[in-house]
Design a protein around this ligand. Structure first.
Ligand code: ZN
Ligand code: ZN
Length: 80
């Protein structure tokens, strides 16, 4: 016997309050996740990569460059 929740809502067509609410919560969460993916920040910036989780080519490249510069800086410091 599955507990009441979204699984019962989708698989057993249970429409009790608990299951309906669980499904609504799930849908809302999914909407929230999707809205963070609609990124309005400028692309090609590391902050867009880290803060907004954008993984487009430009942002990934910006992040990669930052990482390599950061590593290079750290190396310099250890030799100083
Ligand atoms: Zn139920
Ligand atoms: Zn991007």
């Amino acid at each position: 016997m599955t507990e009441h929740g979204r699984y019962r809502y989708t698989h057993y067509k249970c429409r009790c309050d608990i299951c309906r609410k669980a499904n609504a919560d799930y849908c809302r969460k999914r909407r929230e996740i999707r809205s963070t993916q609609d990124i309005t920040a400028p692309h090609g910036k590391r902050t867009t990569y880290t803060n907004y989780g954008c993984r487009c080519g430009e942002c990934t490249e910006a992040h990669r460059i930052y990482q390599s510069q950061y590593i290079a800086r750290k190396k310099d410091q250890s030799y100083a």
